[in-house]
Design a protein around this ligand. Structure first.
Ligand code: PAF
Length: 293
């Protein structure tokens, strides 16, 4: 593993690798790595000669200052984890000034893709993601770039970005990695109190039950059931919810898996299939997850 803090230096190393005919796989991250990230890095190492991993908490994709301040930063531990991966890995750990030497003026728009779910809740978020991802594409010039399916809407946005900027990069979608109890791995999980962590798997459990209900219930009924099951969890399970601990579901939307547009009945999704996407607050932490119907 080779660590770089300067963009010019990692670009040189990548240019040399490419001159030797090597393929490049990019894994963009904001650090606080967990098994989910490592699965992306391992896959990239299997499919490419060189893997470029970025550890960069991108300030311009946070529309909430507190969330940015509280985002976990664990660079030393991250580097140790990356060292354990077999393969040639270059890690970029830039400062904000290094990534953005000039004030950022670029803005990206994604039409209907950003008018749903995370879009209205986090104004400017996807444009901020697109700016940093494009910058990373320019730095790494990858053949393939790896993203997790947990951030399902982000994945669709990145695919759209590729079309907008016409970069010949293969976007590889990787399945969610879950803890044994079903909770989707996320850097934010480390901010949960023990009591909150203990009940957090209810999100995945509820989504799995929703997938079973989808066999015989309408879309609207399934949506309502998910919101009310999590919203009333603290009443039904008061013994597991000390000190006002509760789930506060922000949205649960059932959408066409490709267009991300909400569907009203199951047939509407056609061959694309349907996906349920949820955002839930728990213990001051915003968690997201998905279920495929
Ligand atoms: O998914 C993330 O961790 C971030 O949104 C990304 C893609 C690394 C851009 O900062």
């Amino acid at each position: 593993m080779q660590k770089y803090t300067k963009v010019a230096e990692i670009k040189d190393a990548i240019a040399k690798a490419k001159a030797d005919g090597k393929t490049i796989g990019l894994v963009p991250t904001m650090g606080a790595l967990h098994e989910g990230h490592l699965s992306l890095i391992r896959r990239a190492a299997q499919e490419n000669d060189v893997v470029v991993v970025s550890l960069f908490v991108n300030p311009i994709q946070f529309n909430n200052k507190e969330d940015l301040a509280k985002y976990p930063r664990t660079v030393d531990a991250d580097l140790k984890l990356i060292e354990g991966v077999d393969g040639t890995v270059y890690v970029l750990v830039p400062s904000v000034e290094e990534m953005y030497p000039e004030p950022v003026k670029d803005e990206y728009h994604f039409g209907p893709l950003e008018e749903v779910m995370e879009g209205p809740q986090r104004p400017g978020h996807f444009s901020g993601v697109a700016v940093v991802v494009r910058r990373l594409f320019d730095i790494a010039t990858p053949d393939r770039a790896y993203f997790g399916e947990k951030d399902y809407q982000q994945l669709a946005i990145i695919r759209n970005l590729i079309e907008q900027i016409k970069y010949p990069i293969e976007i590889v979608a990787c399945p969610i990695v879950r803890a044994e109890d079903g909770l989707a791995l996320s850097s934010r999980n480390m901010r949960l109190s023990p009591a909150a962590r203990a009940i957090a798997p209810a999100i995945h459990d509820t989504l799995e039950q929703a997938a079973e209900m989808a066999e015989y219930e309408d879309v609207d009924d399934v949506k309502e059931w998910v919101m009310s099951t999590l919203g009333s969890f603290h009443e039904v399970n008061a013994d597991q919810c000390p000190d006002g601990l509760k789930f506060e579901p922000e949205y649960f939307e059932v959408v066409n898996a490709r267009t991300l547009q909400p569907i009203e009945n199951w047939d509407e999704a056609g061959d694309d299939g349907a996906v349920g996407c949820i955002a839930v607050w728990l213990d001051g932490v915003r968690l997201i997850d998905i279920v495929k119907f």
